[in-house]
Write a protein that binds this ligand. Structure first.
Ligand code: SAM
Length: 287
């Protein structure tokens, strides 16, 4: 059984959201109970602990690498050992941890040390080197992950291929200029386990410049993007995207005096389009 710590990027809300998404077992955000019986925000806004992970390290990683979670949590620590530090004035002494680590037989050197909080890297790194460890963050063969929360340290040693490293040069998944708020849609689709390839027609109301359209067009059969503003050119070139460059009518809403945006008319058009009775020639040809 392992504990996995996930360190969040800047957004504070992500940690709390992750604990909630883990709690709701009707969601498909985590594959199954083997990916932790509970997710706890152990350092507010920074660190979430997945308790009782039963799946093996490689299986965890192959899910994590493609999951929405890794978009918001760029660092993952896989821990299998635990040590309680002794408190000293102004902090903790690392002697107990170093004593345990010195007993470990390293399969291969050099070692990459990765710690939470980061300042620990210097504090224990120097002592490990003095004790004969060869540390090198580039040519490493083994990873030593160490997480300290309120004097309790959890740690793990594992080979390089099991270390999660977010690729800084990963190309953007969206057309240039599109909002990255699409992460919310991707997260929702992931959480409910929705198979978007079953979607015959997605209607994106207020679609420009098109990040949500771009996301849906990857799997839905057709996407109708409604917006008076321009869409990104690369999206208009897609065979399954149609841009209805208009403002969804608000007349009915105004007449009724209610301050809500009436999207019914657009939905009606979309359904007509779906069943082949589209009134706008251009759109009919495209569909
Ligand atoms: C925040 S942007 C949407 C961003 C978009 N979802 C994306 O992923 O790139 C809001 C858009 O709503 C559009 N909009 C506002 N009122 C509208 C209406 N009545 N009908 C259609 N589009 C509308 C605006 O033109 C604007 O492009």
């Amino acid at each position: 059984m392992a504990s996995v710590y996930l360190q969040s990027a800047a957004s504070q809300a992500q940690c709390f959201r992750l604990t909630q998404l883990h709690k709701d077992k009707s969601l498909k955000y985590f594959p199954c109970e083997d990916f932790g019986t509970e997710a706890v925000e152990v350092v507010p806004g920074q660190l979430v602990k997945l308790i009782g992970v039963k799946t093996d390290h490689a299986s965890f990683l192959s899910w994590f690498r493609i999951s929405q979670v890794s978009r918001h949590f760029p660092r993952a620590f896989w821990c299998t050992g635990c040590v309680q530090l002794t408190s000293i004035k102004g902090g903790f002494a690392y002697d107990a941890l170093l004593a345990v680590l010195q007993q470990e037989t390293l399969q291969a050197q050099p070692v990459r040390l990765t710690c939470f909080p980061r300042k620990m890297e210097q504090a224990i790194g120097e002592k490990l080197v003095a004790g004969g460890w060869f540390l090198d963050p580039h040519s490493y063969q083994t990873v030593l992950a160490v997480v300290e929360v309120d004097g309790q340290v959890e740690w793990g040693l594992y080979p390089r291929h099991l270390h999660y490293l977010q690729q800084p040069d990963e190309p953007s998944r969206l057309p240039a200029g599109c909002s990255h708020a699409v992460g919310k849609l991707a997260e929702a689709v992931d959480a409910i386990g929705w198979d978007m390839s079953q979607v015959k027609l997605a209607v994106d109301l207020g679609a420009a410049p098109g990040s949500w359209t771009s996301f849906m067009a990857k799997s839905a059969k057709r996407v109708l993007a409604v917006d008076p503003a321009s869409m990104d050119d690369s999206l208009l070139a897609l065979h399954n995207v149609v841009h209805l460059q208009t403002r969804a009518p608000e007349d009915e809403t105004r007449r009724s005096g209610k301050n809500v945006w009436n999207a019914g008319w657009v939905m009606h058009l979309a359904l007509l389009g779906l069943f082949g009775f589209w009134p706008i020639q251009d759109v009919k040809e495209r569909f």
